[in-house]
Design a protein around this ligand. Structure first.
Ligand SMILES: *Cc1c(COP(=O)(O)O)cnc(C)c1O
Length: 347
């Protein structure tokens, strides 16, 4: 099946192309030979750029996608008889085809609720404490998504409270940061305040949705947990032999702050869209637009009209409302055209 390329697209930030800084870095990396499997200068530079970004000596691995980054990192935190607690809208629960369970040989995912895609702490506690017998999959990890699947954020203070709880309950903290850059840009705090200072043991740091062609970084703040992670990557088919091309975009985006600049741009586009649609009668913002996604409730006739005009957006995420996702390549004109199209379809 072939489809014509969507022009009016707000479906996902992974519809966007490669940003200029990543492209430039790839071009520079494409010169001569380099040692394979990560033993090359670009990979070393990218790891160091991430250590600078987080202001700590973390252990870093580059893999091809977020599903691998999440499931392999969760597997490294768990035994097969353990369980991982996450929000019921979490990507690891709803969009990874059981990959976490597969790569951990059966670690069970236990879901909790919570407003706007954020885990309810009382529910997390209950999930851990309600059983202590041998028949229950022993809770071992709390996985948070930052920014959440519903476009909201955990603040640094909220993360500190979550850390207090996870410490008390003996849970490791995993963060799915497919949109971590958007969270940092929106919260305007140092990346360390949202990660290791808040007890995050391992972060899946998204590159793909932030202007890279492919690739995510798995960042271990607790280096002990990275033990033999290289073998996990290799066995799962996630060890790139031309690693320099997974690493170079990180260099291009981290050196000179391009990553946060692009994320900030995407966030601002979402804010602009949210502000405009909030004013329209018949349209409701479903979740606070805190990062680069805008969730709105639209009348069915508006959804139908927009789709007929070629607007592309998802309606299967979370509560099933319309999700408009902005990226580094969304323009002000895109926003203005979408708002005009919604207005027209409403009358
Ligand atoms: C996109 C996304 C991922 C990664 O998905 P892949 O398609 O495997 O790269 C992980 N978590 C969240 C929250 C995402 O939105």
């Amino acid at each position: 099946m072939t489809t014509s390329p969507p022009k009016n697209q707000f479906a996902s930030d992974n519809y966007a192309g490669v940003c200029p800084e990543a492209w430039q870095a790839l071009q520079e990396a494409n010169s001569g030979y380099a040692t394979s499997y990560g033993d090359d200068p670009w990979t070393a530079r990218a790891c160091n750029a991430l250590r600078d970004f987080f202001e700590t000596d973390c252990e870093v691995f580059f893999v091809f996608n977020g599903t691998a980054a999440n499931s392999l990192s969760l597997a490294s935190l768990c035994q097969s008889y353990h369980s991982v607690i996450c929000h019921h809208t979490a990507h690891i629960e709803t969009d990874e085809c059981g990959s976490g369970e597969f790569f951990s040989n059966g670690t069970k995912i236990l879901t909790v609720g919570g407003a706007d895609g954020k885990v309810d702490l009382a529910e997390v506690e209950l999930t851990v404490t309600k059983r202590s017998d041998i028949h229950y999959p022993k809770p071992k990890v709390l996985s948070l998504t930052q920014a959440t699947e519903l476009g909201t954020l955990y603040t640094a203070d909220e993360l500190v409270a979550i850390h207090d709880l996870s410490k008390r309950l003996g849970l490791k903290l995993h963060m799915d940061g497919a949109r971590f850059a958007n969270a940092v840009a929106a919260l305007k705090v140092a990346p360390k305040e949202l990660t290791w200072r808040a007890g995050v043991d391992v972060l899946t740091f998204g590159g793909t949705k932030n202007g890279m062609p492919v690739g995510e970084a798995v960042v271990f703040f607790d280096r002990k947990l990275a033990y033999e992670f290289d073998y996990r990557c290799k066995q799962a088919g996630q060890l790139a032999s031309k690693m320099r091309f997974l690493a170079a975009p990180w260099v291009g985006l981290l050196e000179n702050q391009a990553l946060l600049r692009h994320a900030d741009h995407a966030n601002r586009c979402a804010q602009k869209l949210a502000a405009a649609v909030k004013e329209l009668s018949g349209v409701k913002l479903v979740h606070p637009a805190e990062a680069n996604a805008v969730f709105v409730e639209l009348p069915v006739k508006v959804i139908t009209a927009l789709r007929a005009q070629g607007w592309v957006f998802y309606t299967f995420i979370g509560s099933g409302h319309c999700r408009f996702m902005c990226s580094w390549s969304t323009s002000e004109e895109d926003i203005a055209l979408l708002v005009a199209a919604i207005k027209q379809a409403l009358c």
